[in-house]
Design a protein around this ligand. Structure first.
Ligand SMILES: [Zn+2]
Length: 443
């Protein structure tokens, strides 16, 4: 018995090493490498297995023997894009998640930050994606922590099926009596790489969770307001990334006691001129290196839907207010990542991320800055900057090829021809559009 199990294991190993393809030379591209430096024409990139082996001018990088050559004359080569705010399993729906991930990958997204879900489902999507069993970006995810009163939220039941909400390793109710060392260790057991600090926690617990998570080598991804913890107190705790530019407005409008008692904020103090209170928050974020996962396109999207449907709740911020705070953050020099937190309709052929990128350009960020936000900043937000986010030797071969210059017009990212993830190629021409049935619970 043992022998046959071992034999099977050996066969599996042999199979996985046999799938390594020949080296690929992507030749004569204009490389926009994600570091923010200008595009360099006449560059070649050698990919060996799942990593980038060399990035050099054409004349210094002849094709090695046995390499496949892909001519990219006239085309642009960029790092794969990062969506730093998705929810892939609230509640779990494998068909829908796989469809959305397929649209992401074939639309240029090679990395996704999953911001808390039923992690039993997300872990399996992550594994299948990593193995190449499904066309999907790499996924990096957070386990959630919130105060006990948050777990009245019906979404927490949907992501804890079979268990009591707040008592699962992927979504824990935290109070003064919690052994935080144990709580963080339990979260690590889900293979999450970060703790998401969500809601209904006092400032001292936000700080203690952050300290313990960092001590155990996890990142901390926090909401900008944790109710009653104010944005200033969240920033004081020094999380790695803060989500939702909009919620920084609570420092001015007042921070409700709980997540459930939030009401839409008056946009007036944020429009027309930079708000000085927000300016102080942003300066601290910049100085201590806390990133902003702005998620700005969701507010105008909800606003438009609520305008069309009076039964829908208005968003916490107007689109204009969220855009104004995001613009202020960019001007001050806070590193912004590009998260969506919503899912584009099933008949949209492009990843939701493209809406966020367009919104950032519209609010005043130059396309080159938006590309940086969507590549190296996204990789940093996901804790993956050593592996992805730029085109450099040693990093994963996460690349996109576009026909027209996206620094001239961000919409040129939709001239995408090819996505490469971990060395595997996914041609835009092979993209199977989503069907209504696949996405039927998404409007
Ligand atoms: Zn979210």
């Amino acid at each position: 018995m043992i022998r046959s199990v071992l034999a099977g294991f050996a066969a599996t190993l042999a199979l996985s090493t046999a799938t390594a393809a020949e080296p690929v030379l992507y030749r004569n591209a204009t490389v926009i490498d994600g570091t923010g430096s200008p595009g360099r024409a006449g560059m070649s990139v050698l990919v060996d297995g799942e990593r980038i082996a060399k990035v050099l001018p054409n004349d210094r990088l002849p094709a090695p023997a046995g390499a496949r050559v892909v001519d990219l004359t006239g085309k642009y080569l960029l790092p794969g894009l990062v969506d730093s705010h998705e929810h892939l399993a609230t509640p779990p729906n494998r068909r829908q998640a796989e469809a959305s991930l397929r649209r992401d990958l074939y639309g240029g997204v090679t990395t996704v930050r999953d911001m808390a879900d039923d992690l039993r489902a997300v872990a399996e999507l992550t594994r299948a994606s990593r193995k190449g069993e499904i066309p999907a970006p790499d996924i990096h995810y957070a386990a959630l922590m919130a105060g006990p009163s948050f777990f009245e939220d019906p979404r927490t039941l949907a992501v804890s099926y079979g268990f009591t909400p707040g008592k699962t390793p992927w979504m824990q109710a935290i109070d003064d009596r919690t052994d935080l060392r144990e709580a963080v260790t339990l979260a690590r057991g889900t293979s999450a790489t970060a703790i998401k600090i969500y809601a209904n926690l006092p400032a001292d617990l936000v700080r203690k969770i952050t300290t313990e998570a960092h001590r155990q080598g996890m990142q901390v991804w926090a909401h900008a307001a944790v109710y009653p913890t104010t944005p200033a107190e969240v920033i004081d705790a020094r999380p790695d990334v803060i989500s939702h530019a909009c919620s920084l407005g609570h420092q001015v409008a007042g921070t409700p006691q709980t997540y459930q008692s939030r009401t839409p904020m008056d946009p007036a103090p944020f429009l027309g001129a930079d708000n000085p209170v927000v300016a102080a928050l942003l300066a601290r974020m910049r100085d201590q290196g806390t990133m902003l996962d702005a998620t700005t396109s969701i507010y105008a999207t909800i606003e438009a839907r609520a305008a069309a449907d009076p039964k829908m709740k208005k968003p916490l911020c107007s689109g204009a207010m969220s855009d104004a705070i995001t613009h202020q953050a960019w001007k001050v020099g806070v590193d912004i990542s590009t998260g969506t937190d919503w899912v584009a309709p099933w008949n949209d052929p492009w990843p939701t991320l493209h809406h966020e990128l367009a919104a950032l350009v519209k609010l005043g960020m130059p396309p080159a800055h938006v590309i940086r936000a969507a590549t190296i900043n996204g990789a940093r937000a996901a804790g993956q900057a050593d592996d992805t986010g730029t085109i450099q030797a040693g990093k994963l071969a996460n690349l996109i090829v576009v026909a027209k210059d996206p620094t001239a017009d961000i919409a040129n990212l939709k001239t995408l021809e090819l996505t490469v993830k971990r060395g595997r190629e996914y041609r835009r021409a092979d993209f199977k559009p989503l069907t209504k049935v696949e996405m039927e619970d998404v409007e």
